[in-house]
Design a binder for this molecule. Structure first.
Ligand code: ACM
Length: 757
């Protein structure tokens, strides 16, 4: 089906869907199918069900086996897959049949559920596969038998490119993790894994012709002195590419150029613009200045690298970076300038345009298309190059107007290195919140574009930059369930936030069954403690977003250590419990548990101790959630503005004998490209520095300091000796900030306690 017809069909489907479909009819299918028509009756799935595939149809067989595998994994139900009987009338009434029919778009499928049987029809392997994924989700998670309401689903995606970018350069993930990521992407009908394989902090792809790219470029020395790194062998890559194809995921590799090239230049210094033989693979975050030069030998090197990349990755698209190529080295290098003069190129931007064109033409000559970050939008960009817009959606719309295909991947809306909520469970990342709802409400289209221009929008993609995601498990947490929202934006023609939340309850149960470490931010319990007569007052919350969406959530809890259920005590108002009581609670939608179970045993510090992320930051420079790389982990990562490490504890009652205690960590200051000269240092009183305490402003004379011991912070979190405050009265805002001799280490507050007697 050509795209115009597809869109017309999608619009028609949207009209049909404006008749509300009862939730039981689609039972948690994400992304929401284009068209669902509810019918009468239901089909029983259970041990007697058989799955039929046409004789000799390997794609149908694969899709059917995937359906069975998924039901085994989430429902403990294992069904036989057999060749369809020659006489359709002979089919048992308990069968699910995969069928091949023409007349469907490239990823489209239809499912018909009737009381006597189910058919999944599609023209393509991808259509059959997506039919299997949807059918899997039609059975409620959990039981090995169940009913699927009778219905007809006709489905196709809005966008062809529904992607996630994984940064394997800043942190390295195992091939096993990447395999599992491809698998869970497929469960959301996400079909592009953009694999960021090279950057300043590591080169992760084995290139046989240039072994130093991995023997040198894959390894760095992290701030604590540990060697860190890893790379993917060509054998591992081939396995992953094969596995991805079986999940209908295309892997688009990214080889960064001309910037983000420190690791490559550290391995082969002659390729660099500065000719710096002492360059090392970077262990710092931020924008580096090291660029490839423009010599013929460097293009030969890059084309040889790409030659091996093309052998490994069958994708039509090859990403060649292009972002954040700070031109300082090009401007300063007489060799680069002389080369530009010989080529008749004037100006650094024109030099980058030359670079991009040369590489894009090389790829075109090999039957592939170059993809680049939106900085590649320069005069002369080949018309087949794809612009990946990261500096806002407007870059994509500008590319579409110019006639280049484009993918929307904008920061911050689709940058999944931002935290998802204010909950303490959030792992390290960027402090700005990009919530599930923010992702869900992302609008890829621009009404100002003509139909012709809109056809250049291939789709959308979210980025998993891994500076702060040290493990695959954390990548999973940051991706899920936001990837589910992304999938619905990319696939579905019609969106409804409340309906998505209801379906997410079933999806979350499937995540748990699949052992996926997803974020519970939207349903998770938010708890606050306060000191109270008789113990601790406990406030449980996080329901307002759900209530705003028109849902009717409730929190149920236990105080005896048992798992909460929908029949446990209903939380209605703050509870007062003795110190040491174990509280367990969860959010429910009707009888269904929506959140994981939260539990806590408040101790004597509860209600007095405030962690950094419960305080206000004094500024809004570069806010991060960080953790020490050694020693005991804090209960939650430390919230810090690295441009201004300073926190405000609002509205504290202070008395005649106040006392401040605090715990701190010394973190590496490994950031480049920041305006570090603007960061306050050098106002320390002692050689190591102090934590200053101020009231009613941060520039008032300090009431006293908590000295930082020389050894403090070397090993995780350190509690500082208490500070006695001078006599005060009334309520005040207390400001805490570090006075320190240098940027490194970056002192950060873990928690503070302010006591009044
Ligand atoms: C990017 O975030 N530099 C693409």
């Amino acid at each position: 089906m050509i795209r115009r017809e597809l869109r017309a069909a999608v619009r028609a489907a949207a009209l049909i869907l404006s008749v509300a479909v009862p939730i039981t009819a689609h039972c948690g299918v994400i992304p929401l199918p284009a068209e669902i028509v509810a019918e009468v009756g239901s089909f029983n799935v259970g041990a007697a069900t058989v799955v039929h595939v046409p004789r000799g149809d390997a794609d149908a067989d694969q899709a059917a086996r995937y359906l069975v595998e998924l039901w085994t994994r989430t429902n403990g139900l294992t069904l036989p897959v057999t060749v369809s009987p020659a006489n359709p009338g002979a089919a048992s009434t308990d069968s699910i049949s995969f069928e091949r029919h023409s007349g469907f778009g490239p990823e489209a499928y239809e499912i018909n559920v009737a009381p006597h049987g189910v058919t999944v029809s599609a023209a393509s392997a991808a259509g059959l596969f997506y039919g299997a994924v949807t059918l899997w989700q039609l059975l409620p998670p959990g039981g090995a038998a169940g009913q699927i309401p009778a219905q007809t689903i006709r489905d196709m995606p809005t966008y062809a490119w529904r992607g996630l970018m994984l940064d394997s350069a800043r942190h390295f993930q195992s091939p096993a993790f990447i395999r599992s990521m491809i698998d869970w992407m497929a469960l959301h009908k996400l079909n592009v894994l953009h694999w960021h394989l090279t950057d300043d902090q590591g080169w992760r792809l084995e290139i046989r012709k240039y072994p130093r790219l991995t023997s040198v470029g894959a390894w760095r020395v992290d701030p604590g002195g540990a060697r860190y790194g890893g790379f993917y062998t060509q054998g591992e890559v081939r396995d992953l590419v094969r596995f991805a194809a079986s999940r209908h995921v295309q892997i688009v590799p990214e080889i960064e150029m001309p910037g983000h090239a420190t690791a490559a230049i550290a391995a082969y210094p002659s390729m660099g613009a500065a000719g710096d033989g002492a360059l090392r693979v970077s262990a710092s975050w931020g924008v580096h200045t090291h660029l490839f030069n423009l010599e013929p030998g460097t293009f030969e090197f890059l084309e040889n690298v790409l030659g091996e990349v093309l052998e490994l990755f069958p994708s039509r698209y090859i990403h060649v970076g292009g972002d954040e190529a700070v031109k300082d080295e090009w401007n300063a290098s007489p060799t680069v300038q002389a080369r530009a003069r010989r080529l008749g190129i004037h100006g650094a931007d024109a030099m980058q345009a030359y670079f991009t064109q040369k590489i894009a033409k090389f790829l075109s000559a090999h039957g592939r298309r170059a993809v680049g970050w939106d900085e590649i939008m320069q005069p002369g960009l080949p018309s087949d190059a794809v612009v990946m817009a990261w500096r806002g959606a407007s870059g994509a719309h500008a590319a579409a107007i110019k006639g280049n295909d484009t993918v929307l991947a904008p920061d911050p809306a689709l940058y999944f290195d931002h935290r998802q909520s204010k909950l303490a469970a959030e792992p390290p990342g960027r402090l700005i919140i990009i919530s599930l709802e923010d992702v869900y409400r992302f609008e890829p289209g621009d009404p100002a574009l003509s139909d012709l221009q809109r056809r250049h929008i291939l789709g959308l993609q979210a980025e998993l930059w891994t500076e702060y995601m040290t493990t695959g498990q954390r990548v999973e947490w940051m991706a899920l369930p936001r990837a589910a929202a992304l999938a619905e934006v990319g696939w579905s023609s019609r969106r409804s936030w409340p309906d998505f939340l209801r379906r997410l309850v079933s999806m979350s149960a499937r995540y748990r069954a699949l052992n996926l470490d997803y974020a519970d931010s939207v349903f998770g319990i938010d708890a606050h403690f306060a000191r109270a007569a008789g113990g601790v007052s406990v406030t449980l919350g996080n329901l307002s977003e759900l209530k705003d969406a028109g849902l009717d959530p409730s929190i149920h809890y236990t105080l005896d250590g048992r798992e909460p259920s929908a029949t446990s005590a209903l939380y209605e108002a703050p509870l007062t419990v003795p110190v040491g009581t174990e509280i367990r609670a969860a959010t429910f939608l009707g009888p269904q548990q929506a959140s994981r179970t939260w539990s806590s045993r408040p101790d004597a510090h509860a209600g007095v101790r405030r962690s950094s992320h419960e305080l206000e930051l004094c500024g809004n420079g570069v806010g991060l959630l960080l953790e020490p790389s050694t020693g005991a982990a804090p209960d939650a990562p430390l919230a810090v503005d690295i441009m201004n490490p300073c926190w405000i504890y609002r509205d504290v009652e202070l008395g005649s004998a106040g006392r401040v205690t605090a715990a701190v960590a010394a973190l590496p200051f490994n950031y480049v490209g920041l305006d570090a000269a603007k960061i306050r240092v050098g106002d320390n009183r002692t050689p190591v520095g102090e934590l200053e305490v101020h009231v009613d402003g941060c520039d008032t004379a300090s009431l006293g300091v908590l000295p930082l011991a020389p050894a403090a912070g070397k090993d995780g979190i350190t509690e500082l000796p208490a500070l006695k405050l001078p006599p005060l009265s009334g309520r005040h805002d207390v400001c805490l900030r570090f006075a320190r001799p240098r940027l490194d280490p970056l002192w950060a507050l873990d928690w503070v306690e302010i006591e009044n007697q």
